[in-house]
Design a binder for this molecule. Sequence first.
Ligand SMILES: NC(=O)c1ccc[n+]([C@@H]2O[C@H](COP(=O)([O-])OP(=O)(O)OC[C@H]3O[C@@H](n4cnc5c(N)ncnc54)[C@H](O)[C@@H]3O)[C@@H](O)[C@H]2O)c1
Length: 445
Amino acid sequence: MSSAPAPQPIQPAPERLGVLLQGMGAVGSTLVAGVLAVRQGLGEPIGSLTQLGHIRLGKRTENRNPRIRDFVPLAPLDGLVFGGWDIFGGTLYDACTHAQVLDQTLVEKLKGGLSEIVPMPGAFDPNFVKRLNGTNVKPGTRRDWADALRRDIRDFKAKNGLDRVVVINCSSTEIYVEPGAVHQTLEAFERGLDANDPQIGPSLIYAYAALMEGCPYANGTPSLSADAPALLELANTRGVPVAGKDFKTGQTMVKTVLAPMLKARMLGVKGWFSTNILGNRDGEVLDDPESFKAKEKTKLGVLDTIFQPEVYPGLYGDLYHAVRINYYPPRGDAKEGWDNIDLFGWLGYPMQLKVDFLCRDSILAAPIALDLALFLDLAQRAGKKGIQEWLSFYWKGPMAADGLKPEHDLFIQLTKLKNNLRHMMGETLITHLGTEYYEYPSEGN
Ligand SMILES: NC(=O)c1ccc[n+]([C@@H]2O[C@H](COP(=O)([O-])OP(=O)(O)OC[C@H]3O[C@@H](n4cnc5c(N)ncnc54)[C@H](O)[C@@H]3O)[C@@H](O)[C@H]2O)c1
């Protein structure tokens, strides 16, 4: 049995951490407003594992259960400095007002802090997001955008006196792009930037700029980004952690709890039909079939890996799985997601399970984005680089090493995350074996 490598010493948490958001729409503005609200005592960071979660250490009888944020050195909420890019102008106060996620009376109370944050012009190609046409955009070629984004990061650091910055992609879902030659190696990618290759979408350029500046990068969207082989090469050679992709918030979070439950009991599944209505700008962008295709990929991927139809053909070999997203403006950010599951049990008798989740998209996504910023900064200070599999917990489509199937089961992901934290801090890993509580001294003779 191979044992885990020894953990590296962790650099102390910074007092201030920069968080740059690629896209400051509903999720981005709700994250920033939420952190400002918590700082002012106007709300609680509900949904954030880093802020509310505890972690068990040692045996169950030891009663050691500190808060995660007291156990690992994380940047404090008071020390977060936000900035970012968007293709629409205005301030974050305007973005919050437009997004209509938060109550306007709360937004008004936060107006001072929100108005100070003005999105920088975005690197944008309308071919990648067909339903939007922003005006706050960078001129020039792809190479010019990459250089400008790198300058933006350096200027943001200098202006705010920051040593450390994390970049998080919260921008609109781009069209689905099958990785081609230009995405395979760093050399090909850089040549592509110089040639203004139209196969290089904006999200790849943001990720490139972040990694070149040594900033950890998280991809909250399904767009091709830090998961392209060229950028993974860059992340590994520069020693920068990356994580992605597509925040696991509502329907897929539920799916990655229910599917392992059915499989654990060896119950078969014939059909899983998932549909959604949502009316925010994300819903509008996903109304374009090419952007939806990228989303469909990450949403559909989870069941196949969990059910393993190749191992259990009789239970899951004929599964019909469909996912739909319908743009329905009256609901705004308050999404409704339905699931109909046709399952079968003992002797093949059919049953049905229905889920109707009346959720709030950005309310679920904001704490995830916060956790990722803090954990990715921790990962970098702990000497980690490349794909951070221990953060699979947060993703619909977790990145994994070549040839390795990602882990989708939410509770295995949580166990993995917590064991990684224990490992970083030199604590015993928890195997849940349980035999240690039942050992009695044998009678000598
Ligand atoms: N629960 C969730 O909300 C959730 C879950 C998983 C993934 N996501 C993904 O997160 C992303 C953000 O969701 P949202 O609800 O905030 O959407 P949104 O439309 O409100 O915000 C996206 C913002 O990105 C901006 N943008 C687009 N292209 C850009 C570019 N090239 N550079 C800079 N800015 C750009 C848009 O102008 C917009 O303000 C989407 O891709 C969405 O699919 C959201």
